[in-house]
Design a protein around this ligand. Sequence first.
Ligand code: ATP
Ligand code: MG
Length: 251
Amino acid sequence: MNLPVIEIRNLKSAYGDQLVLQEVNLQIPANEITAILGTSGCGKTTLLKHMIGLLKPLEGEIQILGKSILELDENELNDVLKKAGVLFQSGALLNSISLADNIAIPLEQHTNLSKDMIEFIIKQKLELVGLSHAYHYLPGELSGGMRKRAALARAIALDPVILFADEPGAGLDPVTAASLDQLLLSLKEKLGMTLVMVTHETASIKRIADRIIYLGKNRVLFSGTLREALESDIPALITFFNSDSSQKSKA
Ligand SMILES: Nc1ncnc2c1ncn2[C@@H]1O[C@H](COP(=O)(O)OP(=O)(O)OP(=O)(O)O)[C@@H](O)[C@H]1O
Ligand SMILES: [Mg+2]
């Protein structure tokens, strides 16, 4: 296992009096793709929000790149988070401005780069996600799959060390989903990124995940390599991996 870039110890989290996570301990190794799995509503997005400092836990410790983020002030936290890109579950592009302007936002907010340099980076990221032709498009003019890739271009605008992605492939056709997977894989292999993704797509997990964290009710039920997950005799994992569409079509 590579050195961890994220470590969570004894995390406890609730919305009001509804407990969502407890005794969560985990490590996310560098330069690997870690998939966070679990049934709907078990707390995956909540866990991701803790990792990027959007939520404060009731208890526990969260270290990112060696820093305890709960002990940092706002400026220090921003410095750490500059090294993290986030692809939200909804994509969350601003609809009233062009794709290029959407990607410019993090660059304008977090860097002092010149306009020419920002334009260069926008073009580079759009090319990477296969959307060079869509520079001037409004988000509403993009298909669902294009929107996912556009949001990915924005998430990687600052060349993050860690990319968090909440269901990047959800709602995509199998061919588009597979090409998105190739893109995520190349971020890891060519750019050395660490990826943390929440997903339900078993085909995608089997193609690209190195490591699996499976959340059960409030807790981590399983943490290990993809192979260990596929060979696990934990009933929830067996059900999860046997309920994918390829299996269903064979049945
Ligand atoms: N902002 C919020 N306020 C109150 N409760 C919330 C909030 N966000 C999530 N919850 C609750 O916390 C639990 C976990 O939600 P979360 O969004 O983390 O689930 P998830 O595992 O990401 O689900 P899905 O696979 O459907 O996206 C759910 O019971 C949900 O109703
Ligand atoms: Mg979610």
